[in-house]
Design a protein. Structure first.
Length: 344
């Protein structure tokens, strides 16, 4: 919650207390009344118990169980908490009455239980209404966010479509020129770059693609990066794949930010550098792990923007996979590691 929300919540709990204790001539809650002088303390601890019930349900039980479709455990914990707090407040009421008015015998535990149960059910209803209203508002925000992201993606795609055939013709000409000049390494690099551009233009706008296509794009990216290095440079790049990658579908260009980040911060010509990428697919569970040497970045601007791509990937994963992914990032001295697990 934001500070404004904290203030509003505190105000909503305090206003009834102030009204009951200071602005009414007489107020009765069960066997407690302001005129009898025994209302203040029960009102305070009763409010604390109602606060506990309200926020336990709306901020813990509903988000943890209901959103994950665990309806039976959700109902079990709500009912259990309701019964527990009702008995707790009733016993405290009974103890308070016996201490303050030992000569009176008008408060039976059953009466206290019924009265407290009714009050707690009211606050439980308010808590559920608050939790589900908040859930609906958040889902609406996420929907608008997805629509906005889709519009931005479509706009970027439209921009990328400006004369794409012209660009491919230029690349084809350069490819032919490289072979004509007997420079197969440059020709191969141009060919891979052309394939990457085609992937970005024609596959990048699809909701999901086979994992094998995403891996082909990453492999071409790695090969182009290798053109920067001399064979004598102390740089190791390893890619391991396991599983039938054609059988698993993922959003396009989901993994490449991790690879780009590894090359950006994990490669140093002056120092020993290593990047290890592991792709594992088994039982419809996809695990992507990438480790790279963690060279310290001296450029302040790089420090400011180095996490921008990873942040975008996190937002994308939260929107597309919700509870069906796990992302662990370890920024250790010397080694930077990312492990992503996805389930269909």
């Amino acid at each position: 919650m934001k500070r404004t929300e904290y203030f509003i919540h505190a105000l909503l709990w305090l206003l009834p207390i102030v009204y009951i204790l200071f602005l009414t001539d007489n107020f009765i809650i069960g066997v407690f009344s302001r005129r009898a002088g025994n209302l203040t303390i029960p009102l305070l601890y009763g409010t604390i118990i109602n606060v506990l019930l309200f926020y336990s349900v709306s901020f813990y039980i509903i988000p943890r169980f209901f959103k994950k479709s665990k309806y039976l455990p959700c109902a079990f914990y709500i009912i259990g908490l309701l019964i527990l707090l009702t008995f707790l407040e009733s016993f405290i009421d009974l103890l308070y009455i016996k201490i303050n008015t030992p000569d009176k015998d008008y408060a039976f535990l059953s009466n206290l239980l019924v009265g407290n149960l009714v009050i707690h059910i009211v606050f439980l209803g308010l808590s559920l209404a608050y939790a589900f209203s908040k859930k609906m508002i958040q889902e609406e925000k996420n929907k608008h966010k997805l629509i906005k992201e889709k519009l931005n993606t479509e706009l970027a795609y439209l921009k990328s479509q400006i004369n794409p055939h012209f660009l491919f013709n230029i690349l084809n000409n350069l490819f032919s020129l490289a072979y004509k000049n007997k420079d197969p390494e440059t020709a191969d690099g141009i060919f891979k770059l052309s394939k990457m551009m085609r992937y970005m233009l024609y596959e990048g706008n699809k909701p999901k693609i086979p994992l094998s296509k995403e891996m082909e794009y990453i492999e071409n990216y790695i090969e182009l990066q290798k053109l920067r290095f001399h064979p004598d440079d102390n740089i190791q790049i390893q890619l391991n794949k396991y599983g039938m990658l054609d059988s698993f579908m993922i959003p396009p260009l989901l993994l490449i930010p991790f690879v780009e980040n590894a090359f950006k911060h994990g490669i140093s010509i002056e120092n020993q550098s290593k990047i290890t990428i592991s792709i594992h697919l088994e039982n419809n569970v996809f695990t992507f792990t990438i480790q790279n040497t963690n060279h310290k970045v001296k450029d302040i601007k790089n420090k400011e923007y180095s996490g921008f791509g990873l942040k975008n990937v996190k937002n994308r994963l939260d929107m597309l996979y919700k509870d069906k992914h796990k992302l662990v990032i370890k920024d250790n001295p010397g080694i930077f590691e990312v492990k992503l697990t996805l389930k269909e």
